[in-house]
Design a binder for this molecule. Structure first.
Ligand code: C2O
Length: 458
């Protein structure tokens, strides 16, 4: 889009629901999301290989194809904002399922998060192949664990991949603790990893650690369009960020043979609906997508950088922010709530902490969690066994309805800390808000109604 304001207005209108749903073919379109059926996936049989955009030279054929496809899609939207092969419709499609307060079609905060976004990217890849007439096009990914800067390909004037709303610049690096994939890759079951089934009560849902950690952290860190569900799809970075999350899912399955996708029909038979550039509908079910090769793509590598560099990450914060760090202390009696849930992947006791019904702040909020560190503050080093993770709350829409105000957090606790916690009656958790450029830390603390510790081997 030439003009950011008109695009935002368009998206805001599209989001209201009525316009968005009309745009994408009527209310039945949204209902199709959950209809059970077994659509045939049309695949040409060709498999494209997705590669890391940070490693591509400016004249890399894959990079040039990707850029050209975004350019063509943006041009199509300029001519006609409702063009199903245009960038605006692509962006609005994400908003419909991701910025919605209608929990029936919401694909965040539950186990549809990974498959829906896989389908969304796959549809984009197919549409890009069509709009530039190039079946060899593969969507690039951005492996932030190896290259924590926004890749060079996304900057520069007259670059369709650029987005002027971002709050970071080319030299800024994502803090390493935002990208800690080690506990994610250790997650012993899909639900802890990728989210729990949808629940009748929106407020009971539990998102996976992929989503609450590296996914939300990176969206929020980038800022601008990427920091909001209603606008995120319009930044071309979105597809490379989610490409890497999709790749993380493949890596999780590969890293341990006990890691398995859900076998429940409810998950496997969920159908997602998208548009082809000619306006025809493309439908795909989760079970068709679990083997990426069968739908036409694969990854060049599944290696992630697993270890956090040993340095004080506090040094990376934008310290010109003078707001005081807030600390939330949660005292709880874990013996009352102990549950046996997780099987161990690598030996040693592993504990999962669930904060129940954390009230999501109105603005995105990034926090780091520490156990029994009452003095933790923004300068506290994350290289301690008492560090439990860095998470971001991304609110949706109004702060009133259930879906966007209540979220359950999960985090892994080191075996060392688990031993200590096990012997204690009450445990305190310090949640330290992380200051980020251009962001205001909330005045009020997070309201956490209950917290639950689950011991893995009891
Ligand atoms: Cu539907 Cu990364 O968001």
């Amino acid at each position: 889009m030439k003009n950011d304001k008109s695009r935002r207005e368009f998206l805001n209108n599209a989001l209201g629901g009525a316009v968005g749903i009309t745009l994408l073919g009527g209310a039945n379109f949204a209902e199709a999301q959950t209809r059970r059926s077994n659509p045939k996936v049309n695949s040409s049989g060709a498999v494209v290989v997705r590669r890391d955009i940070s490693t591509m030279k400016p004249d890399d054929e894959q990079l040039l194809m990707f850029k050209e496809a975004v350019r063509v899609m943006k041009r199509r939207s300029e001519k006609n904002p409702l063009d199903p092969g245009g960038w605006m419709v692509h962006a609005a499609h994400h908003a419909i399922f991701c910025a919605t307060q209608d929990y029936n079609i919401q694909v965040h905060y539950n186990w549809l998060f990974l498959p829906w976004h896989r389908a969304y990217l796959w549809n984009l890849e197919k549409n890009m192949q069509t709009v530039i007439g190039e079946p060899k096009l593969a969507l690039p990914y951005w492996d932030w664990t190896r290259s924590p800067r926004i890749p060079a390909a996304f900057w520069g004037d007259d670059n369709p991949l650029n987005n002027v709303t971002r709050l970071q610049r080319g030299q800024d690096e994502l803090p390493a603790d935002f990208l800690d994939v080690a506990p994610i890759l250790r997650a012993s079951n899909f639900k802890f990893f990728g989210g729990f089934p949808k629940t009748p009560e929106p407020s009971d849902q539990i998102e996976g650690i992929v989503e609450q950690g590296v996914h939300n952290n990176t969206h929020n860190w980038i800022g601008g369009d990427m920091a909001g569900f209603s606008s995120a799809g319009s930044d071309a970075l979105f597809s490379t960020h989610h490409g890497n999350l999709d790749r993380l899912w493949e890596a999780w399955l590969k890293i341990d043979k006990t890691h398995k996708n859900p076998a429940e029909r409810e998950w496997l038979d969920t159908v997602f609906t998208f548009y082809k550039p000619d306006g025809n509908v493309r439908r795909v079910s989760v079970k068709d997508l679990v083997d990426t090769k069968s739908v036409g793509y694969t990854y060049d590598s599944l290696d992630f950088r697993m270890t956090l560099p040993t340095r004080n990450h506090a040094a990376l914060w934008n310290s010109s922010d003078t707001n005081k760090a807030q600390i939330v202390k949660v005292a709880m009696n874990h013996h009352r709530h102990m549950e046996m849930t997780m099987a161990l992947a690598g030996g040693g006791r592993r504990v999962v902490l669930q904060f129940e019904r954390a009230q999501v702040p109105v603005h995105p909020l990034c926090i780091r969690a520490f156990f029994n560190q009452p003095d933790a503050n923004r300068n506290t080093d994350v290289n301690t066994p008492f560090y439990a993770g860095t998470f971001t709350f991304l609110p949706i829409g109004s702060p009133k309805a259930g879906l966007e105000t209540l979220v359950t957090l999960q985090m892994e606790v080191s075996s060392e800390v688990a031993e200590i916690l096990h012997k204690q009656r009450d445990i305190s958790i310090s949640l330290v808000p992380v200051p980020l450029r251009g962001r205001v830390l909330p005045e009020t603390t997070l309201q956490i109604k209950a917290a639950k510790l689950k011991f893995a081997d009891e």
